[in-house]
Design a protein. Structure first.
Ligand code: F6P
Length: 329
């Protein structure tokens, strides 16, 4: 492995893992910044899977016109399980070499960063990561591109559910995404005035759910909204519904918001952070800072070592945690 710092003349950019709103803004920023610095830029389509298929195209300034406001990713994405294998990563490195791509910007979550880390360690490919996932669950950064849009989408959906819940005097369990992370659930709970939030990793406190519903009823509330963090996999709300009926004789409706939270036009915040991160990622590579991730730390955009961003950040902490019970009295 040659570890000499070389000037990067040609850059590849890919999105990997679950898409998140704002990825397009990040791609646009990477492409335009790189061209501004005199580099060639290649879009690698469908993440690591596309790289292995050689699904690579040169991008120009116009390739990223009119995309900053679009959800999804123009580069498409995939979850590439084969990339866990060293032989497969070697093939990927050969393809990059054959296509004369000297460095990579990887936009994705911690699984995507683990692949990037291995590719760098084994083949010396200069890589910088941009955190892109609606879950906001990457250690090393306070923010991941797409989180704000996902929260906004879920909040708008819950507001609509609240209307019908009120009209019928019903209780709803609304399940939000977050794969083991409760970040979306917590913010959605606060912003919709939910009566209770079921956080992942904390188990379901049925007694508390029931007492929160009854407390609201006692003071004349006509509806209750319980936000449920999906946890390991979607569908937890249906189990909760059964227990509430069987053990407490409480009837509830379930609404699993699902992938609606991953799509849609990115909020201004996601466009802004993605644009700043794309710009910073290319500049980092340009000045020879490899194996780092663009991160938000105490509100500032900083570069942090990629090795510190590989763990899931599942625990929710901080003052927001107490807000739900403090306000839903
Ligand atoms: O990308 C993150 C995420 O949306 C999680 O919140 C969710 O658990 C998971 O992806 C769903 O993945 P898939 O779209 O592959 O089913």
């Amino acid at each position: 492995m040659d570890t000499t710092v070389k000037t990067i003349k040609s850059l590849g950019v890919l999105c990997s893992g679950g898409d998140s709103p704002g990825m397009n803004a990040a791609v646009r920023s990477v492409v335009r910044t790189a061209i501004g610095l005199g580099m060639d830029v290649f879009g690698i389509y469908r993440g690591y899977s596309g790289l292995l298929e050689g699904n690579v195209q040169k991008l120009g300034l116009a390739s990223v016109s009119n995309i900053i406001q679009r959800g999804g990713t123009i580069l498409d994405t995939s979850r590439c399980l084969e990339f866990h294998t060293p032989e497969i990563r070697q093939e990927a490195a050969h393809i990059l070499f054959r296509k004369h791509i000297d460095g990579l910007v990887v936009i994705g979550g911690n699984g995507s960063f683990a692949g990037a880390m291995a590719l760098h360690r084994e083949h010396g490919i200069p890589i910088v990561g941009i955190p892109g996932t609606i879950d906001n669950d990457i250690s090393g950064t306070e923010y991941t591109v797409g989180f704000n849009t996902a929260v906004q989408t879920a909040v708008e959906a819950v507001d609509k559910i609240r209307d019908t819940a009120s009209a019928h005097a019903r209780t709803f369990l609304v399940e939000v995404m977050g794969h083991r992370s409760s970040n979306i659930a917590l913010q959605v709970g606060i912003c919709t005035g939910a009566e209770h939030v079921v956080l992942s990793n904390q188990g379901v406190d049925y007694e508390k759910i029931v007492s929160d519903i009854k407390k609201g009823e006692a003071r004349g509330k006509t509806s209750s909204i319980i936000i449920v963090a999906e946890g390991e996999k979607s569908g937890l709300s249906y189990q909760i519904k059964e227990v509430l009926m069987d053990q407490y004789a409480i009837a509830v409706h379930v609404c699993v918001l699902g992938h609606i939270q991953r799509g849609g036009r990115p909020t201004a915040l996601d466009r802004l952070i993605a644009s700043r991160m794309g710009h910073a990622a290319v500049h980092a590579l340009h000045r020879g800072l490899h194996l780092h991730v663009t991160a938000i730390n105490k509100g500032e955009l900083v570069m942090v070592p990629l090795a510190g961003c590989l763990e899931d950040k599942n625990e929710v902490t901080g003052p927001e945690l107490d807000l739900i019970s403090a306000l839903a009295i």
